[in-house]
Design a protein around this ligand. Structure first.
Ligand code: ZN
Ligand code: MG
Length: 383
């Protein structure tokens, strides 16, 4: 809201691509199998099928399936309580990778304990489990018969922001489940619970007690999905007219972006920004402000977008030779490059083959940060 005191002080805010989901995750209902069974089997339920983590896309939109479409593959894992499923745990059983994503409260669907909406699930249809391969292949054939195909999604892709956010959640959770079949505490097989949002190390397997495991004692949080905090920063010079951009060695020679890297343990976000920028470019930073954030489901990063000002501007690439180049670009050059990235159809390459700065597409947070600095300076704290 433009009349909010916080918006007046800090700007209107930014919902980055892959964020802004229309779903209410109602995470506190994930252990309620009466709720999950109702949601799963209801005619309104929508399923996001993933094949090798890619979504089914037809005519520029996600293809959703119904319970009837996926029932031969997933069955109903919520027919019994979580406690009963853990007690009956069989580490040799092939179980579906099925994740409850949430309720779209704006659409008709189910109602339970005062929460209502259309339920959404993600389901992995990659045929990796022998006993389920035929059922998985049948779902794949269904998707193709309906005119869709499994396609790679990145920030330059066609999905609407709402569908991109649903896909991001689906991808991150399915990926996490498939990466964590074994307990980090004892190495034994785990069981998916909480609608696919938690994995536990059951105390017994086929009725035989398993050895003690730290995940069943005081350390009970080792089997939840994690996000990896990752910083990405638009660095402004002291004069406030140039932006520091770097070129990864893997990038084309004209392609520059904001500097980025993972946060390390026992480090604040601001310290991670200063450390990464110094390691990669030699530039020393003072004040760091956080602008906005972006979930990045490849597989589980949370991009924390920052804007920072340099206190020492000399570029030095030899500490951590991750970048092929780094340069201070005038705001006007960055503004031109942002425009070309937003309107690639009208971009014209210079006839003489001269250098022309290229930057990431408009749905990438790097682009959003650059735009915030060079085109929306009014919303920034004084630089
Ligand atoms: Zn364990
Ligand atoms: Mg780095």
């Amino acid at each position: 809201m433009s009349d909010s005191a916080l918006s007046a002080r800090y700007g209107p805010g930014e919902t980055n691509y892959f964020a802004g989901s229309p779903l209410n995750r109602v995470g506190f209902l994930r252990d309620d199998h009466e709720f999950l069974a109702l949601a799963l089997t209801h005619a309104s339920a929508r399923f996001v099928p993933l094949f090798k983590f890619d979504p089914a896309i037809g005519a520029g939109a996600l293809l959703f399936l119904t319970y009837a479409d996926v029932e031969p593959l997933v069955g109903n894992p919520y027919a019994v309580s979580e406690a009963a499923a853990a007690a009956a745990f069989d580490s040799d059983a092939e179980t579906p990778t099925l994740v409850f994503l949430g309720l779209d409260e704006a659409a008709p669907g189910i109602a339970h304990r005062g929460y209502a909406g259309q339920p959404y699930f993600a389901v992995d249809i990659t045929p990796t489990q022998p006993a389920r391969a035929a059922a998985a292949d049948a779902v794949h054939a269904l998707v193709v018969a309906r005119g869709a195909a499994f396609e790679v999604v990145r920030v330059n892709y066609v999905l609407s922001p709402a569908e991109a956010a649903i896909y991001a959640q689906a991808r991150s959770y399915v990926d996490w489940n498939l990466r964590n079949p074994f307990c980090a505490g004892c190495g034994a097989r785990t069981l998916s619970v909480n609608g696919g949002c938690k994995r536990v190390c059951p105390p017994s397997d086929r009725g035989v007690a398993r050895p003690p495991c730290p995940s069943r004692g005081v350390v009970t949080n080792i089997a939840f999905p994690r996000s990896d905090p990752t910083i990405i920063c638009a660095v402004v010079n002291r004069a406030g007219d140039r932006l520091l951009l770097g070129r990864n060695k893997r990038f084309p020679v004209q392609f520059y972006s904001c500097l980025a890297g993972f946060c390390e343990p026992a480090e604040s976000v601001e310290e991670a920004v200063r450390r990464e920028v110094w390691e990669e470019s030699g530039v020393k930073l003072g004040r760091v402000v956080i602008h906005s954030t972006q979930p990045w489901p490849y597989p589980a990063s949370l991009m924390i977008g920052a804007i920072a000002e340099a206190v020492e501007e000399t570029i030095h690439l030899e500490h951590d030779p991750e970048l092929g180049d780094a340069q201070w670009f005038p705001f006007a050059d960055v503004a031109d490059a942002l425009h070309r990235a937003e309107h690639p159809e009208s971009a014209v390459a210079p006839a003489d083959g001269a250098f022309q700065l290229q930057v990431p597409p408009s749905k990438a947070i790097a682009h959003v940060l650059m735009r915030a600095v060079v085109l929306q300076k009014a919303h920034l704290p004084k630089l």
